[in-house]
Every structure is written in C-alpha cells, then in structure tokens.
Design a protein around this ligand. Structure first.
Ligand code: ATP
Ligand code: ATP
Ligand code: MG
Ligand code: MG
Ligand code: MG
Ligand code: MG
Ligand code: MG
Length: 266
C-alpha cells in the first residue's frame, strides 16, 4: 500500500521489546475489588464463585497464549509467566500486557452469570496489568514465592478478621484492634482456641492460591487418509501430544514442586 505523508508519526511510538532471555511475567489485579466484592456480596473472607471465575478466566488466557508456561492466582490477582524464549508479539510489552489483560477481563464478564447466577453484575470491572522481567530462575521462583507468601499472610489475617466479626460479633475496628501486632502463631492459636478452627485444615485453594501449569498428555487420534488401492479413504490412528492445563493448589515456595516439574523452568 502507498505510504501517506503522515506515516512518519509512527516514529514516535516507543519500542518496548522485553529483554531477551528473561522470564516475562504479566501480573493483573482487579481494580478496586475491595469495593467490587462488597457491591456483589462476596462471601468473606473467600468467595468460591469469584475464585472459580478468576480461574476460568486465567485458563482462557493460557489456552490462547500458548507460550505461557505457568500462572499463579490468588484473591483478585493473577500472574502469567511466559517462557524465556517466547517471540509472541515480538516480545513487545504493551502488546502482550494489553491483549492479555483485556482477554482476561472480557472472559471474566463473559462468564459472570455462570459463576454468579443469582447476582447481577452492577458495573463493568477493570483490571490493571504490569510486565516484569526476571533474569534468572532463582529470581522468578522468588517472585512466585512472594505472591504465595502474600496469599498466606492475607488469608490468615482475613480468616481471623472475619471470624471476629461474623462469629464473635466485633465491629471492624474492634477486630483490627484485636489483631494488631499479632504474629502468625498468635493467629493460629486465636482461630483454634476461640473458634475451634485448625487453620491447616482450611481448603488449600484459600491457603495456597491456584497454580495453572501446562502439561502434555499422549493420546491416540484418527485421521482419514487415501487407502492403499488409491480408490477411496480409510481411517488411520496416530499418536499425538495434547496440551492440557493442570490446576494445582500446592506449595511453590519449597523445592518439592520444582523437583517434580523440572520441565517448567527448562
Ligand atoms: P486496587 O485497585 O489497588 O487493586 P483493591 O480494592 O482491588 O484495590 P487489593 O489489594 O487488590 O485491593 O485487594 C483485593 C480485595 O478484593 C481483597 O482485599 C478482598 O477484599 C477482595 N476480594 C478479592 N477476591 C475475593 C474473594 N475471592 N473473596 C472475597 N473477597 C475478595
Ligand atoms: P490485529 O489483531 O493485528 O489487530 P485484525 O484482524 O484486528 O488483526 P486490523 O488491522 O485491526 O486487523 O483490522 C480490523 C479488521 O476488522 C478490519 O480489516 C475489518 O475486516 C474488521 N472490522 C473492524 N471494524 C469493522 C466494522 N465496523 N465493520 C466491518 N468490519 C470491521
Ligand atoms: Mg493493589
Ligand atoms: Mg485489586
Ligand atoms: Mg489484589
Ligand atoms: Mg493491527
Ligand atoms: Mg485489530
């Protein structure tokens, strides 16, 4: 196509290709979900409908972006890890990030009624996104550990906080005051002695968040091919690899998971 005299304006576009050989992480996070969760009557501290809607939205993202090797989600956030050598969108940060976050948000809305059949969506939710590059496996693992430890700390706090409000009848201010300065052991003890709750028996999805990993399964498929005589067709079976997304609620801070899945970090 002929170039117009206006073409030069393209030169003003920023080049934002991600550094080679680095893990590309896109983290998205719900905008103002504190309010969003109240407006849509989320069960506190953990609404299963929202968690499953977040998870199906992340699965859709993983299905469409084949170079994502792993995703980790908790609360209103999800981190997506692209393989180090991806050439998706020529590694352009803004392209990767905006395509990913808009697909996530639209899938979240698209599937809303399936997960919240009795709750009308009151306004369109938004998600922010950022791209972070990690130059080594160790630092990528530390990033994921950081998110999972955050999940653990918040969940423990929120579990105590909402028990004090829902079961002990405290106001939010009283509950905050009661928890001020408490350590993890104190919170465990509070849950056990005052509410008979063993924190370690709470569902793993609350305590550890959700991990999506791509794994391959070998399967037998059939295809139609010309028959030996060349006068018709026949069915032939063949082996193929099919990629599936596996959902895990497991510890990713320690070495065990990584030892069992050496293929992820390559
Ligand atoms: P920001 O726009 O800065 O992210 P935010 O209100 O979304 O603001 P976050 O730190 O992201 O703040 O926290 C998300 C909040 O959304 C949680 O604190 C919690 O109140 C709520 N939330 C998210 N997921 C759930 C869930 N599954 N069940 C109950 N509440 C949830
Ligand atoms: P990419 O993902 O690279 O943007 P694309 O298929 O969206 O791929 P564009 O260059 O953005 O390519 O072009 C958008 C195309 O969408 C148009 O070429 C046209 O075929 C179609 N399209 C968009 N808006 C309309 C419209 N209002 N009516 C009919 N067709 C439309
Ligand atoms: Mg925030
Ligand atoms: Mg948020
Ligand atoms: Mg958040
Ligand atoms: Mg285009
Ligand atoms: Mg287009």
């Amino acid at each position: 196509m002929a170039k117009s005299k206006f073409e030069y304006v393209r030169q003003f576009e920023a080049h934002d290709e991600c550094l080679p050989h680095c893990w590309i992480v896109v983290r998205i996070d719900g905008k103002g979900f504190h309010r969003f969760s109240e407006m849509h009557n989320f069960v506190k501290p953990n609404d299963d409908r929202s968690l499953s809607l977040m998870n199906v939205s992340a699965e859709k993202v993983m299905t469409d972006f084949r170079d994502i090797v792993l995703a980790y989600g908790q609360s209103d956030e999800y981190s997506f890890v692209f393989r180090k050598s991806t050439t998706n969108y020529n590694r352009r940060a803004s392209k990767l990030m905006t395509n990913l976050v808009s697909l996530f948000a639209s899938t979240f809305v698209y599937n809303w009624t399936k997960h919240f059949p009795d709750t009308q969506l009151k306004y369109p939710p938004a998600f922010d996104a950022r791209v972070v590059l990690y130059p080594s496996n160790r630092i990528l693992r530390d990033y994921l550990s950081w998110r999972q430890v955050d999940c653990h700390i918040n969940n423990m706090y929120n579990t105590c906080f909402w028990k004090l409000i829902q079961d002990a009848g405290m106001t939010t201010t009283e509950a905050q005051h009661r928890l001020k300065g408490t350590l993890s052991g104190d919170k465990n003890e509070l849950l056990f002695s005052e509410f008979g709750v063993n924190y370690n028996n709470l569902p793993e999805i609350y305590r550890k968040g959700t991990l999506l990993v791509r794994s391959s399964v070998q399967e037998t498929a059939t295809k139609t091919v010309p028959n030996k005589n060349g006068d018709g067709t026949m069915e032939e079976t063949f082996q193929r690899k099919r990629y599936i997304t596996e959902t895990l609620y497991t510890d990713i801070v320690g070495d065990k998971f990584w030892r069992e899945h050496p293929e992820i970090l390559g």
